[in-house]
Design a binder for this molecule. Structure first.
Ligand SMILES: N[C@@H](CCC(=O)N[C@@H](CS)C(=O)NCC(=O)O)C(=O)O
Length: 171
């Protein structure tokens, strides 16, 4: 659906790590956007059939193009030329920037998920409130259970938790 003006639509929720990456980039570049929660009917009727997976963030351009994945969203704008490129000019700096981005978005994911879900009792109220705000009361517990269940796949278990916490504190 092409929008009437130049406003991009960012489907995401406030507490989502990867939505934060896309939102930060849009704000830095001064790109006009509206953030839309996944409770929005459009996300279910138009976006999900295209991306075929319940995942955020998703960008919809004013022309109606759909871009899914925070780094693909960044690259979508980089290809058009932006005022503050996320990629430095120097080759060495460019390689380092990719490593740092990888470190932050992938290598630190077990840490982020551990601190969010392993101490669930201490922050159940916050988590439920945020997931209900973003995905609706009916879906909140279901999505929370799914996200919580990712911990073993991410290598977060009784043996690795001390190392994860130590490396986080060292960082
Ligand atoms: N590589 C993706 C990761 C996106 C991602 O994992 N998003 C989370 C929310 S922060 C999600 O929607 N997860 C749903 C799921 O994996 O079930 C990106 O950079 O956009």
């Amino acid at each position: 659906m092409a929008s009437q003006d130049n406003t991009h639509r960012l489907y995401g929720v406030p507490h989502s790590l990867y939505t934060g990456i896309a939102r930060c980039y849009l704000r830095t570049q001064g790109i006009t956007y509206t953030e839309i929660p996944t409770t929005d009917a459009d996300f279910h009727t138009r976006i999900l059939p295209i991306i075929q997976r319940s995942i955020i963030p998703v960008l919809e351009t004013p022309q109606g193009d759909i871009v899914q994945d925070s780094l693909d969203i960044i690259d979508h704008f980089e290809q058009q030329g932006v005022q503050y490129s996320a990629y430095p000019d120097g080759l060495l700096q460019r390689v380092l920037s990719v490593i740092i981005a990888y470190y932050g978005t992938q290598a630190m994911l077990p840490h982020a998920m551990h601190y969010r879900w392993s101490y669930r009792e201490a922050q159940e109220g916050f988590l439920h409130d945020q997931f209900a705000a973003g995905a609706g009361e009916a879906m909140a517990d279901k999505i929370m259970s799914r996200m919580n269940a990712y911990l073993p796949q991410l290598g977060v278990d009784a043996h690795t938790v001390p190392e994860i916490e130590a490396s986080y504190l060292q960082l």
